[in-house]
Write a protein that binds this ligand. Structure first.
Ligand code: ADP
Ligand code: MG
Ligand code: MG
Length: 213
């Protein structure tokens, strides 16, 4: 319905804006363990989605059909981003699109997260614990599984999921890297959070804040 579409529009805008704001912070983290472009790569995707998104009254993307929306976002991300993040987010969104189908219940978003994480693991070859974006994604998904019970309260559960993602992203600072460019950097130089993991914590917090209003 229209309310759901408006809400989804707000969430997608908030996610994109949060990533654009974090561009330099994420580039800085990527300079410490990679090639310094993680923030710019994500900002590129965010900008492309925002410009396709249009306005709340006349959205340019189909916000009323989550499956189609996620698939369109996957295509935009694939075309605009590049880098490891581009490919991995495209996989994440495509798997989410296939899993969320037509329903927009909290349980179906949890299923989409699960499918997205599974797809990154399957095609990216890393696992949770390898110091990547997978760490906060996996931590949040574990908390969101509670939403598959009828009785669960969405917002408190989402809040806990965001907190789990944030502490997981922080914990990557003390982890050894087993995937991506960071796996070629000596462990004693890896003292700050993984940029891809920090980015997940940032956009998840943005989702929560935009729904809280
Ligand atoms: P690059 O510049 O190396 O192509 P980006 O800067 O776009 O990549 O993204 C880097 C982030 O991608 C890392 O911080 C990490 O979180 C994530 N990453 C890299 N490889 C993988 C992987 N195989 N699985 C999951 N996440 C990964
Ligand atoms: Mg990079
Ligand atoms: Mg790069």
């Amino acid at each position: 319905d229209k309310d759901t579409a408006q809400q989804i529009f707000r969430v997608v805008s908030a996610v994109c804006n949060s990533l654009m704001t974090a561009e330099e912070q994420l580039n800085d983290l990527d300079r410490a363990c990679g090639d310094g472009d993680c923030g710019s790569t994500l900002a590129k995707g965010a900008k492309a989605i925002l410009s396709a998104l249009g306005s709340a009254d006349t959205p340019g993307l189909p916000c009323q059909t989550p499956a189609v929306l996620l698939q369109e976002m996957a295509t935009i991300v694939e075309r605009s981003m590049g880098g490891a993040s581009g490919g991995l987010y495209s996989l994440f969104l495509t798997a989410g699109a296939q899993s969320v189908m037509t329903s927009v219940t909290p349980a179906s978003w949890t299923a989409a997260m699960k499918a997205g994480v599974a797809s990154i693991i399957r095609y990216g070859g890393a696992d949770p614990g390898d110091r990547t974006m997978l760490d906060p994604l996996h931590a949040a998904t574990e908390v969101l599984k509670a939403l598959q019970e009828e009785t669960a309260d969405s917002m408190p559960t989402l809040q806990k999921a965001v907190e789990a993602a944030e502490s997981s992203a922080q914990r990557t600072a003390t982890m050894a890297a087993r995937a991506g460019r960071a796996s070629y950097v000596s462990t004693d130089r890896l003292t700050r959070p993984d940029p891809g993991a920090q980015a997940v914590a940032i956009w998840m917090r943005a989702i929560y804040s935009s729904l809280e209003k």
